[in-house]
Design a protein around this ligand. Structure first.
Ligand code: AMP
Ligand code: GLY
Length: 414
């Protein structure tokens, strides 16, 4: 079977690798792919949002299954177009993607179907929003209602910061025309529960935890994710059952009831608060970097699994025992501005898996080409061993323009 993976990050590298383990995949293409993916797949230079060229490529090359990584491709309706052409594709329709692309849609759905989440209100008017914030308590959570590449959420500690943020979002339309969702500030341990979803049929993946801040001890600016691990000791079997029933299954059912059934990966960004598990956000796709620590544990055939979801059948997956831990190497300066083109040496000495996020080949050498550059993922019987292996391996990589966090996974040991 010929398979196409859309996207170019570490997430897509992990998806391509999982597919490459399936004997059913005779040929894998990636659009546009990256330097790491190129070792497993043929990369074709088509942008992830260039829907018409993707459709044409799939038809010309008899692609039997397409798997979508990035939200940008989903949000422009790549799944709708592939389906119109009768092509098998793994991912949600544009309408179902709203659960990620519109915070207000997600919130209204949760309230209507009694899914636990932070209290909220939505505003398009600056003065009304400011009044609401003034009547509430601090810190307060301000979310731009639309895709903002992970930068649309501000936790304002002071009234001045809240006002400046509302001004940016509503008056100066920094992210574009859009409303603001103002939320109650919750506290607790965050975790990611991703499920394969085909309408009301769902199947969970191992629970993972992302590390969104740039520096150790969760300091510094928010990033796309600086590392992740699987098996979270603080999420009990009861927590898991509650999250599956009261959140993930309920939302899958709700999407069917609303006439926008979900197919693909439904990502629950959840928090274990003193008042129970609550939803922070949903994503309509595989998480990054969670996917890089979750898919290495997939024992089932990835092609069968993705195809079942694409066809609306019950997905089933088996996972290996043990733990995984991944540490991201990012360009110095990320998530702000950074230089590209620094030579990376020593990855051949690394025993862990490496997924490329932003690399390129220049004059035969591997060089940095993005903010997040690669993720080193170790697998081991215990999380402590996985952490140690990942840290040992990362020390073998030489590059003068990279940094990483040294505390990935520590929250599991508290
Ligand atoms: P989001 O893009 O919605 O995942 O938000 C980014 C980050 O902001 C989350 O990972 C949380 O750490 C934090 N956050 C979002 N909403 C809340 C909330 N209601 N209470 C506390 N923290 C939040
Ligand atoms: N790891 C968070 C995300 O994929 O949005």
């Amino acid at each position: 079977m010929k398979v196409l993976v859309i996207g170019s990050g570490g997430r897509e590298h992990a998806i391509v690798e999982a597919i490459s383990r399936s004997p059913k995949a005779t040929k894998i293409y990636a659009a546009p792919g990256n330097a790491g993916i190129a070792q497993l797949a043929e990369c074709v230079a088509i942008k992830d949002t260039d829907v018409e060229r993707l459709v044409a490529f799939a038809k010309e090359n008899n692609i039997e299954l397409t798997v979508v990584g990035p939200e940008a491709a989903l949000a422009v309706g790549v799944v709708d177009r592939f389906r119109e052409e009768g092509l098998n594709i793994f991912g949600p329709t544009k309408a179902a993607t709203e659960i990620e692309s519109s915070k207000d849609f997600a919130k209204r759905l949760m309230v209507k179907y009694d899914v636990p989440t932070a209290a909220y209100a939505t505003f398009s008017d600056f003065d009304a929003a400011l009044d609401y914030v003034k009547q509430g308590s601090l810190p307060t959570v301000l979310k731009y209602d639309g895709l903002a590449a992970g930068k649309g959420v501000v936790i304002a500690q002071t009234m001045e910061e809240a006002e400046a943020t509302l001004r940016d979002m509503l008056l100066d339309t920094k992210f574009g025309e859009g409303r603001v969702v103002i939320e109650e500030f919750l506290t607790g341990e965050e975790f990611s529960l991703m499920c394969f979803v085909a309408g009301n049929k769902i199947c969970p993946m191992p629970v993972a935890q992302d590390h969104k801040r740039a520096y150790d001890n969760d300091e510094g600016p928010n990033t796309g994710g600086m590392g992740a691990y699987t098996e979270l000791p603080f999420i009990t079997a009861d927590d898991h059952a509650y999250a599956m029933e009261r959140i993930m299954q309920r939302v899958a059912d709700a999407m069917v009831a609303e006439g926008t059934p979900f197919t693909g990966v439904l990502y629950g960004g959840l928090m274990k608060t003193p008042n129970g598990i609550k939803v922070i956000e949903f994503n309509a796709r595989f998480g990054d970097p969670e996917t890089e620590v979750v898919l290495p544990r997939l024992k089932s055939d990835a092609v069968d699994l993705f195809m079942a979801v694409a066809k609306g059948e019950q997905p089933a997956a088996e996972w290996s025992e043990g733990a995984t831990l991944g540490i991201v190497l990012a360009s110095k300066g990320y998530p702000g501005s950074y230089d590209k083109g620094a030579v990376i040496r020593g990855i051949e000495n690394v025993e862990s898996k490496i997924y490329h996020m932003g690399t390129a080949i220049k004059d035969g050498a591997l060089v940095t080409a993005g903010g997040r550059v690669m993720i080193v993922v170790a697998e081991a019987p215990t999380l402590r061993e996985a952490q140690q292996r990942a840290q040992e391996d990362i020390a073998k990589i030489e590059c003068d323009n990279l940094f990483h966090r040294t505390d990935i996974g520590n929250k599991a040991f508290r």
